[in-house]
Write a protein that binds this ligand. Structure first.
Ligand code: ZN
Length: 268
């Protein structure tokens, strides 16, 4: 089984903003404005995703007999990632937006170290500013941003495993605009490139290797856009999870007798 952990920030969906879950230097006025925005956003999220933003993806993963999925949030014990869960995670999926700073530096460091040792990491949408993403890539993750727009996501690497079964492009009637310049290290592959009606371009599906681990960033997933209801968007995420699986798991599928891990080879 491939152990997949979906870590979801949940702050906006909870509708209740705690002061300790946003930037520590935020003013009282900004905090009150942010709180009202969170309450309003919560209502909008549930209009689009009555069962929660992550529900369509979780349901899809649960249908895969080779995947064991654990759903966890920032509000769960140990900020959703106790050591034992992290240690047994093969691929970590991360969605976060307004509470990046509430994730302890120590936890971000542990996630980064797990990636170096072979854990796959799939960063979704606004996770471009999450601590683990910025730390493991050594970049700010900043980008251009605008309200929702029509989006065409071009498949720019059709032979890549993450693009398998995908058409030439997919279209989303509305998705938040993320545009260049996207401050990331040069990707190993740009698997998807998005074009918006406003004219912007964005490297919306990128891969990297760090240590023994594989990383994929994928842009769709704004909390009030229905992108995760789109089966092709979910297919890309599922393809990415399988691509990012540690090599030991893939070997065990091809040849059940091969149990040597990259780590054990390295120690010899
Ligand atoms: Zn967004």
């Amino acid at each position: 089984m491939l152990n997949v952990t979906v870590w979801y920030e949940y702050t906006q969906e909870s509708g209740y903003l705690k002061r300790e879950l946003v930037r520590p230097d935020i003013s009282e006025e900004d905090f009150q404005n942010f709180s009202r925005y969170t309450e309003e956003n919560c209502r909008k999220i549930h209009e689009v995703y009555p069962d929660g933003l992550m529900a369509p993806l979780i349901r899809t993963l649960e249908e895969d007999p080779e995947i064991h999925v654990t759903y966890t949030t920032l509000y769960d014990p140990c900020f959703g990632l106790p050591d034992e869960l992290l240690e047994h995670t093969d691929v970590l999926v991360w969605w976060a937006h307004i509470s990046h700073d509430a994730v302890p530096d120590e936890l971000a460091r542990k996630v980064t170290e797990r990636i170096y040792k072979g854990m796959g990491f799939v960063a979704l949408h606004s996770a471009h500013k999450s601590k683990p993403f910025m730390q493991v890539l050594g970049a700010s993750g900043t980008l251009r941003w605008r309200e929702k727009d029509f989006c065409r996501i071009w498949n720019t690497a059709p032979s890549h495993p993450i693009a398998q079964g995908l058409p030439e492009y997919i279209e989303l009637e509305e998705e938040e605009m993320y545009g260049e310049v996207f401050d990331i290290p040069k990707p190993d592959d740009v698997v998807f490139m998005s074009w918006y009606r406003g004219g912007e371009l964005f490297r919306s599906g990128c891969t990297w290797n760090r240590g023994y681990g594989k990383i994929f960033y994928f842009q769709p997933g704004h909390e009030t856009s229905p992108s995760y209801h789109n089966p092709l968007v979910r297919k890309i995420i599922c393809n990415a999870i399988r691509w990012a699986a540690p090599s030991m798991w893939r070997q065990s599928l091809d040849c059940p007798n091969v149990v040597e891990s990259p780590e054990s080879r390295h120690r010899q």
